[in-house]
Write a protein that binds this ligand. Structure first.
Ligand SMILES: Cc1cc2nc3c(=O)[nH]c(=O)nc-3n(C[C@H](O)[C@H](O)[C@H](O)COP(=O)(O)O)c2cc1C
Length: 356
């Protein structure tokens, strides 16, 4: 029998209805109240094509990510192709608050996409930042920041259908001329967007160049009267960066991406990835399944890379070719007693090693 994603299985037994968001699952409520209730901006694990799959999302939540994104899913494929649906999105009841990010270039595909994913997430985010040429050529990703009319039409189509039962976000890049970004943001606010994430780079800025926080600050100030929350994205690599970015730009939330890939415990204040994080990642990966081997291996590489291990060990790990062998390798190379003795199923019931 063909494997099915959790999402598909759920569809067999329930007829999805638009749900009413509870405050604890409502990303907008979280963004608006984090400062008041926790004295800090909302912490957000941003979208990463290939990487932000269910086990990684749950890992980030364990380490204080308030809201977590799926990778960008292309609406065109998802709404037309059952195999794409199986490959692109799986979820479960613990996978909340979740924003499913979509790459889309027309209202019809977006509405169909939202209809399919709305019962399984708390919000949808439109990708308006992807600079990859093939996507931009098709009017997806970054192309949308130059097509405000279409983008706003898409936002208002979703919001007028779903109201407050589903949140809608747009993740944009900045323009060379900040006034263009200000104008786009104002139009998005008028179209009903719930919050805007601003990645402080232009279409052509590379991620090796520093993020432009001045631009974000400028835009936030200019759209203040709209009272729509803004999240800053770019170069958040440690917990202190969250506060520094929020303080400087006056945003309501901070999104990290590459920082979390290397250290999913970043928001909890760990300077480098703690060992407990590696153990938990293993746990979620085996519990939830669905990660292709190379992705599992690369996640582990990213985490271990900055953990002061001998390079020889990393090289050895990268030469391993299957999940079974990798488990054996971890068992022999590290103190993996907890899972080794208790077994994977029971391991979740015992407290994890705390490295703090
Ligand atoms: C491996 C990888 C995959 C990414 N995939 C997406 C994506 O699916 N959607 C998106 O909006 N941005 C994507 N991005 C961009 C990030 O979300 C983010 O905007 C960028 O990395 C800047 O944030 P950072 O400095 O915290 O990494 C991706 C970035 C990386 C490194």
């Amino acid at each position: 029998m063909q494997p099915r994603s959790v999402c598909e299985l759920k569809k067999q037994v329930v007829i999805p209805k638009p749900k009413l968001l509870k405050p604890e699952n409502d990303p907008l409520h979280i963004i608006k109240t984090r400062k008041i209730t926790h004295g800090r901006p909302a912490t957000i694990a941003g979208p990463m094509v290939r990487y932000s799959k269910l086990p990684f999302r749950q890992l980030c939540r364990q380490y204080d990510a308030d809201i977590v994104y799926s990778p960008m899913i292309l609406a065109r494929e998802y709404v037309r192709n059952g195999n794409a649906r199986l490959a692109d999105f799986s979820t479960n009841d613990e996978d909340t608050p979740l924003i499913v990010q979509v790459g889309v270039n027309n209202v019809a595909d977006l509405l169909k996409f939202v209809e399919m994913v709305a019962p399984y997430c708390d919000g949808v985010g439109i990708n308006c930042g992807c600079p990859i040429k093939e996507q931009v050529r098709e009017g997806i990703g970054c192309a949308l920041i130059y097509n405000a009319e279409l983008l706003c039409e898409m936002v208002s189509a979703v919001k007028s259908k779903y109201g407050d039962s589903l949140r809608l976000e747009t993740k944009i890049r900045i323009h060379d001329d900040y006034e263009q970004t200000v104008s786009l943001c104002k139009s998005l606010c008028d179209a009903g967007v719930d919050w805007i994430t601003i990645h402080g780079r232009t279409r052509t800025t590379r991620s090796s160049q520093p993020v432009n926080l001045e631009a974000i600050r400028y835009i936030v100030e200019k759209i203040q009267e709209k009272k729509v929350p803004v999240v800053a994205n770019g170069d958040c690599f440690k917990r202190a960066d969250v506060d520094a970015i929020a303080e400087f730009t006056k945003v309501d939330g901070v999104m990290a991406v590459r920082g979390l890939l290397a250290n999913p415990a970043l928001f909890s204040g760990y300077e480098t990835c703690p060992w407990s994080c590696v153990e938990k990642f293993w746990y979620y990966t085996l519990e939830y399944g669905g990660l292709p081997y190379q992705l599992l291996q690369h996640h582990l590489y990213c985490m271990l890379e900055n953990m002061n291990l001998e390079r020889r060990l990393l090289k050895e790990m990268m030469s391993i070719k299957s999940t079974g062998e990798l488990i054996d390798w971890f068992d022999t190379r590290f103190d993996f007693k907890r899972f080794g003795e208790a077994g994977w199923a029971e391991a979740s019931a015992v407290p994890y090693r705390v490295d703090k």
